[in-house]
Design a binder for this molecule. Structure first.
Ligand code: NAD
Ligand code: TYD
Length: 350
């Protein structure tokens, strides 16, 4: 049985990927390595935890010895690395955590893989999951391609850029087989409600103000999380070693238009009069260094590997709203504990 290690598998994208891989490849043993930070939640994986080909190991990637031990204990054929601190606002309040987990944690995994796989390097793969934010910010036109120069501008994107560079350096220096993908903003169920879409859904449900940063004119390119999982699967199995693939949905939205669309969908779902939820929109102080626009050219992935996103945005967004409305208990659980403290502090400062 081949063992595939997925780091960060208890998080948003990771849990969708773990579920997808466990169900699609019963012949693989899927090992989910996660520290279970505030963003990691085993509740996200209740439906696969009993499967024979699934295993969870609670490990901190910042602990080099613990990471090495996982590689010693399991005969790992390949790794898909998603574990990270992932929220830009938190990287502005506390950059250091991002440096440890996103950079040092990645190096710990690279070192463990390099040493463990040294005799048959070519039979293995280190897949690093990254973000389009490493390319910086676009003006009104243009798209990020795989050759766009790196220009990260937040502590989060700088830490991810650094990890991308290190992964490439291990490919060139140590011949470690690697592949990297840089994806645009994901949305879907199981996303922690600090990110735009689940935060707005949660606040609309609870009749709380909808904090739109600045004038709401920043643009993001949204991809349904399950489409990200199919892209990762394809790249893991068919991508060329040493290559980078951009993943994106060709689906740009200004934040304010997206929030208004969410309000409209939620009014319908909650049986509220049209326009009710929009009244909750509150413009707040902009995020420091707020990148204006991200937009991805994913033609390399589409042409070389035949990937395409499956869902139209309206359909994906409606599915997502339905998921949060049906999973109120999940939302209540993840917003208990420290969440309210985080939220209040974040918005008090705006
Ligand atoms: P997330 O914050 O929901 O999940 C991150 C997971 O990593 C959590 O389960 C957490 O417990 C785990 N983790 C954090 N620190 C760890 C540590 N020290 N050791 C072990 N596990 C640790 O993040 P996400 O949105 O699912 O993003 C996953 C990956 O995809 C990240 O690498 C992120 O940079 C990248 N990415 C995210 C998006 C997006 O829109 N969310 C887009 C492109 C790329
Ligand atoms: P976010 O989901 O944090 O993703 P990222 O910053 O990685 O793109 O934010 C998406 C966009 O929404 C971004 O332009 C910031 C904005 N935003 C708000 O206007 N209000 C909010 O409460 C949040 C969390 C984000």
């Amino acid at each position: 049985m081949k063992s595939l290690l997925i780091t960060g598998g208890a998080g948003f994208i990771g849990s969708h990927l773990v579920r997808f891989m466990v169900n699609k490849y019963p012949e693989y043993r899927i090992i989910n390595l996660d520290k279970l930070t505030y963003a990691g939640n085993l509740e996200n994986l209740r439906d696969v935890e009993e499967k024979k080909n699934y295993l969870f190991v609670k490990t901190d990637i910042n602990d080099a010895e613990a990471v090495k031990k996982v590689f010693e204990e399991f005969d790992i054929s390949g790794l898909i690395h998603l574990a990270a601190e992932s929220h830009v606002d938190r990287s502005i309040t506390n950059p250091t955590e991002f440096i440890y987990t996103n950079i040092v944690g990645t190096v710990n995994l690279l070192n463990a893989a390099r040493h463990k796989w040294k005799d048959d390097m070519e039979d293995h793969l280190f897949y690093h999951v990254s973000t389009d934010e490493v390319y910086g910010s676009l003006g009104d036109t243009g798209l990020f391609t795989e050759t766009t120069a790196y220009d990260p501008r937040s502590p989060y994107s700088a830490s991810k850029a650094s990890s991308d560079h290190l992964v490439r350096a291990y490919f060139h220096t140590f011949k470690l087989p690697v592949v990297i993908s840089n994806c645009s903003n994901n949305y879907g169920g199981y996303q922690f409600p600090e990110k735009l879409i689940p935060l707005m859904i949660h606040n609309i449900s609870n009749n709380k103000p909808l904090p739109v940063y600045g004038k709401g004119l920043n643009v993001r390119d949204w991809l349904y999380v399950e489409d990200h999982a199919t892209a990762i699967d394809l790249i893991y199995h068919k991508g060329d070693h040493g290559e980078t693939y951009n993943i994106g949905g060709n689906n740009e939205w200004r934040n304010i238009d997206l929030v208004k669309l969410l309000c409209k969908i939620m009014d319908e779902k909650l049986g509220r009069a049209a326009g009710t939820s929009e009244k909750l929109i509150t413009y707040v102080t902009d995020r420091a260094g707020h990148d204006l626009r991200y937009a991805i050219d994913s033609s390399k992935l589409q042409n070389d590997l035949g990937w395409a996103p499956s869902l139209h945005f309206n359909e994906g967004l409606e599915k997502t709203v339905d998921w949060y409305l049906a999973n109120e208990e999940w939302l209540n659980n993840v917003t208990s504990g420290d969440y309210q403290k985080y939220y209040d502090k974040m918005y008090e400062e705006r």
